[in-house]
Design a binder for this molecule. Sequence first.
Ligand SMILES: *[C@@H]1O[C@H](CO)[C@@H](O)[C@H](O)[C@H]1NC(C)=O
Ligand SMILES: *[C@@H]1O[C@H](CO)[C@@H](O)[C@H](O)[C@H]1NC(C)=O
Ligand SMILES: *[C@@H]1O[C@H](CO)[C@@H](O)[C@H](O)[C@H]1NC(C)=O
Length: 451
Amino acid sequence: MRLISCSATGASLSSLTLAFLLLLPCHHVASILGQKSDSALTVVEDAEGGEGAGADEEEEVMVDLKVVKPTAQWQTLKPEEAVPAGSHVRLNLQTGQREVRLGEEQLKYWTQEHREREATQPTFSPDELKQAMKKIKEDLNPDSVASKYRPLEELKRDMAQLDLLIETDVQIMRRLLDQFNSSNSTTEQRLNILHELEYLVHQVDNAQTLCSMGGLQLILGGLNSSDVRLQESSAFVLGSALSSNPEVQVKAVESGALQMLLTALVTAQPLQVKKKVLFAVASLLRHFPYAQRNFLSHGGLQVLSELFRADGGGVLRTRVVTMLYDMISEKELISQTGLDPVLDASHEERVRQYSKVSLEGGLLENGWCSLVPQLLESTEHDYREKALRALLAMAPTCLNQYRSDSALLGSLLSLRDQYQEMVQSEMILGEENSYFAEIVDLIDALQVKMK
Ligand SMILES: *[C@@H]1O[C@H](CO)[C@@H](O)[C@H](O)[C@H]1NC(C)=O
Ligand SMILES: *[C@@H]1O[C@H](CO)[C@@H](O)[C@H](O)[C@H]1NC(C)=O
Ligand SMILES: *[C@@H]1O[C@H](CO)[C@@H](O)[C@H](O)[C@H]1NC(C)=O
């Protein structure tokens, strides 16, 4: 449905302001009309409109507003498109486009009590609608009699209402945190809140704002909860907030998140919870040598080895091994990159910090050299691939143990045969550069090191 309104532009109003002011009133009209009418609505100038000074020279601008109906998925907004109040709008920094999505709140708003009310609400008559549109026009036209004498206070009040109608992410988070913190909230409500927060914190600045609002403490409290669902959801929010967000990583470490996560990793029972806690730990440690060093000195590798031993299924094992691989290769990469120290002054500092992250001792102490090979026994190609990559990364520390590990030697031989065969049959089918060939390469590389 689209609404077309004719409007006079005043010299002092930029087209941006115009679009902004039009957006909300038009939406009101749009929602009152509902889906009943698909026809374009045009409001024409009438005689009374001519009273204002310079009405004759008034430039007629067609403001063609298309009100987008947000869905649960992000959709890109075109410049002339407007959204209903309460939608989540974000700026996609990669494309520079605005995107809209239906907020959870909005879903609830529409599905609950409001639905019935909306259906019984009287609709505007065409005349009333015309008056409403004219009013908007007058408000926008600084030359019109009405707006010339419009008290400033009234304008301010209108602007405040506009603010209320568009709930910003910051306001949403404030409200969610207050609800979460309220002793009245039920576990179900808290879970819903965490679900919404998890969505919001994917935006870097939202996650940082959440921290400055004291949200980190509340979420860490959730991690400490006796309810496993709250633990799981809290860990998920924390992991998402920490992902690629150095500022949040620092704040989390300062808030004692590392110790709490390690405790949760040891005590959390269901696999689902452990998975999410592990996700949060991995997000906290990534590219953060200070946290990594603390993780190691607090027995992190031992905790991980216990997780590995306890996990039969392989999901958790794979994630743990991937985490080890990431830590080892991250450090490797830093020491290998010969960045120009003049151009990159922080490089030296980075090298210095990573040199304090000493993984070798912990890997040997906690038996990782013989644990990781066990993951090769999995039937999943993906798990085996992750294991092979980690084995290669650990080779400088573990080579002696690998050489005397007959089970590992046997696994590598039989896996190589198996994958070589699969590569052959793929080649018959005309496929090249397959995933299986990649696995064969990894096995070859490992065997070369072990010779
Ligand atoms: C809890 O709910 C009651 C009524 O349901 C309300 O009066 C009270 O203010 C609420 N307390 C908090 C802390 O929100
Ligand atoms: C939670 O509530 C307590 C008091 O009930 C208050 O001191 C604290 O600041 C609140 N935390 C947040 C993040 O709103
Ligand atoms: C976590 O729970 C323990 C015991 O219930 C309590 O002593 C501790 O203060 C809690 N920590 C946080 C950050 O809520």
